[in-house]
Write a protein that binds this ligand. Structure first.
Ligand SMILES: Cc1ncc(COP(=O)(O)O)c(C=O)c1O
Length: 390
């Protein structure tokens, strides 16, 4: 049937609609009729959600939150178990130890490190401390929304700069969008939900010059999935005294999402400004701190996580190609690809088969975002996708 016909119809629609869009990515398709599913009204792209999403623990494949199925590492589990008996005490000394370890790793002083229960906490604290009284935030569209959403709760305007047609940050556009009211520029690299990266040399030049005018926040949640990742981080700019903030998390490569721990590297005065408004360390558990230290030392686990994620990515890429789908080349633990079905019915059908994924509406086109899981999970995802879309 039908699948091929559907796909042809969709391609025809794509051709029709893209003719009117000058700089739109080749994947952009027909205008959506799904305005009724709007999730966040003030967002240029949006996510579609099921009103009655089942308990994710009942799913056969949990591929919806970019969690890492391969951990935590055995060493991390052991460290956590040992730390449980210290659970009656606050973990300030252990936090100081982790801070020292991270400072050494990043080549900065301890005063440059702020810990948090996940990087979400640090994204939100940054938004709270910077956007009291409004202003604007310059960030890509689409982008990861935590910091932007919190800023908007303080009446900040999100100055959206669409990604380029190659899904990179439009750095010239972003620089041009900065004005007197800009309090912060937010960059997510690699970006979520697209999985794409921005040219490293250009990004470094941008962060270096724009941070002379306004602080630049670089969210590097997925950095460790890149080859030679340390050289791609913007942390060296903080070392050089630039007003750049870099957020990292233990939720992705370290597979500790539920344990909630992350950190930020920034100028000491920036960290002082944030902690003068909100406390540091009080959201941290001694178990997670000890687990994080063990995981940082476990280079083999990190290498395995990266390798297995890359294998899952290449399997999904091949499956998508075989089924006739396009996808955005991903550098992360998830893949975004356009689908010829509205997000909500698509999610319903996938969830009915026990497969949890996400659906986004980007510039009028529906997309599926699938997180990388085990080989078995990716096989189940491919089978379900065939039934639903092919
Ligand atoms: C780009 C990005 N930043 C930050 C986070 C937040 O991660 P966490 O709060 O678990 O550290 C996520 C989670 O998916 C993410 O994708």
């Amino acid at each position: 049937m039908s699948n091929h016909i559907d796909r042809r119809k969709w391609l025809r629609a794509t051709a029709l609609f893209t003719t009117g869009l000058v700089a739109a990515p080749t994947l952009v398709s027909a205008k959506s009729s799904s305005a009724t599913h709007q999730y966040r009204k003030n967002v240029g792209f949006w996510e579609l959600e099921l009103p009655n999403r089942p308990d994710v623990r009942t799913l056969k494949a949990r591929l919806l939150a970019n969690e890492n199925p391969f951990g935590p590492s055995d060493n991390t589990r052991l460290a956590i178990m040992e730390a449980v008996s210290n659970g009656n005490r606050y973990g300030h000394s252990q936090a100081a130890e982790l801070r020292k370890m991270l400072a050494e790793k990043e080549g900065v002083s301890e005063e440059h490190i702020l810990l948090g229960p996940g990087s979400t906490d640090l994204l939100e604290k940054t938004a709270i401390s910077h956007f009291v009284g409004g202003g604007n935030i310059v960030a890509a569209d689409p982008a990861y929304m935590s910091l932007i959403n919190t800023a908007m709760r303080f009446d900040a305007e999100w100055k959206k700069v669409p990604l380029t047609k190659d899904w990179e940050h439009d750095l010239d556009g972003m620089e041009a969008a900065v004005n007197k009211k800009t309090k912060l520029v937010y960059i997510c690299n690699p970006n979520n939900p697209t999985g794409s990266i921005t040219n490293n040399a250009k990004l470094r030049a941008f962060c270096s010059s724009v941070s002379d005018k306004v602080p630049v926040f670089v969210d590097e949640a997925y950095l460790e999935f890149l080859d030679d990742c340390e050289s791609k981080s913007m942390v060296d700019l903080v070392r050089k005294g630039k007003n750049v903030m870099v957020a990292r998390t233990f939720s992705k490569i370290h597979a500790m999402a539920g344990l909630r721990i992350g950190y930020m590297v920034a100028l000491p005065e920036t960290i002082e400004m944030i902690t003068s408004m909100v406390r540091s360390n009080m959201g941290l558990c001694v178990t997670s701190i000890m687990g994080a230290m063990a995981s940082l030392k476990d280079k083999q686990f990190q290498a395995n996580s990266k390798k297995w994620t890359a294998e899952a990515r290449s399997f999904v890429n091949d499956q998508l190609t075989a089924m006739g789908f396009d996808y955005i080349p991903s550098h992360t633990s998830f893949i975004l690809f356009p689908i010829a079905m509205e997000g909500k019915p698509f999610l319903e059908k996938m969830f009915a088969q026990g497969i949890g994924v996400r659906a986004f509406q980007v510039w009028g086109q529906s997309y599926c975002r699938v997180s990388m899981g085990t080989q078995e999970e990716m096989g189940m995802f491919a089978d379900a996708l065939k039934k639903v879309l092919v």
